[in-house]
Ligand binder design. Structure first.
Ligand SMILES: [Zn+2]
Length: 274
């Protein structure tokens, strides 16, 4: 029996495809931990990826959560409420405020490299810092803003089991992007600012997001967001298919919607997750 208590956790799906069994597994685990630790649940839908987000996928999030009988106390209850009140587009000012802080403190530099150029300079995808000393204007066209990261800086992750993991930013996250070419904040920045805004202190996510957790903790320390630095994290293993591959939103037969339309009940779908 645990006497630890958390204020709030969140479900944070992206509406860029139909949700699959891996998402269902993550939601159910989050709900279980929320109950165990007395935490409220927020539904946060990350919709800044304007090219991939579609309304039918937003609807699918509500359909899937309702089908799984997962309740949440905060956040939109339907697509209309989502668009009117909870879309990330309503929080652009908050993200821009953080970006301005990074700019004022000289923590970012502009980078004009294309994805092809980054891979050409360094085939393993690690950004080599090519533009760090070029002094490109942050307001030039078609540039991203990169954080001027320090590979020696210590990052502390508070794991849910009470362990404190001390580590450093992995090289794949060197100079990670905080502002995209289109002027929108990157996933790392928006996710951090949202978790701070909504007062989240328990974050449950797949282990594929471990590097993102480190980037977000790094950014939180630069922005002095103590609440996020003190949050607890639980990274769960990912559900795989029969071939041992990670499930994807494009594979139709593992989508919860497909199983629902096949007439499967909640219990039958939950049984597939064991
Ligand atoms: Zn560059």
């Amino acid at each position: 029996m645990s006497f630890k208590h958390f204020n709030k956790t969140r479900l944070a799906p992206t509406p860029s495809g139909f949700l699959h069994l891996g998402n269902a597994y993550s939601f159910l685990l989050t709900q279980k931990l929320a109950l165990q630790y007395g935490a409220k649940m927020l539904l946060r839908i990350d919709d800044l990826d304007r090219e991939r987000v579609q309304k039918k996928y937003v609807q699918d999030i509500f359909d899937t959560l309702n089908f799984l009988n997962i309740g949440w106390q905060e956040g939109a209850k339907n697509t209309n409420e989502f668009e009117e009140k909870f879309s990330q587009l309503h929080r652009l000012e908050l993200y821009n405020h953080a970006l301005q802080q990074l700019k004022n403190e000289g923590k970012v530099f502009a980078c004009s490299c294309s994805r092809t150029k980054v891979l050409h300079d360094s085939p393993n995808g690690v950004y080599a810092g090519t533009c760090k000393h070029k002094n490109i204007s942050l307001h030039a066209k078609d540039v991203v803003w990169r954080l001027n990261t320090d590979e020696d800086k210590e990052i502390v992750v508070n794991a849910l089991n009470g362990e404190q993991i001390k580590t450093k930013l992995p090289s794949i996250m060197n100079y990670f992007i905080v502002r995209r070419k289109d002027g929108f904040p990157s996933y790392q920045l928006a996710s951090l600012i949202d978790d701070v805004f909504y007062n989240i202190d328990l974050i449950v996510r797949g282990e594929d997001l471990w590097h993102s957790t480190l980037a977000q903790l790094y950014l939180a320390s630069v922005l002095k967001q103590e609440r996020f630095l003190n949050a607890s994290f639980h990274h769960h293993a990912l559900l795989t298919n029969a071939q041992g591959e990670k499930l994807s939103k494009s594979a139709g037969d593992t989508s919860v919607r497909f199983l629902r339309e096949q007439g499967k009940t909640r219990e039958e779908v939950v049984a597939l997750l064991r």
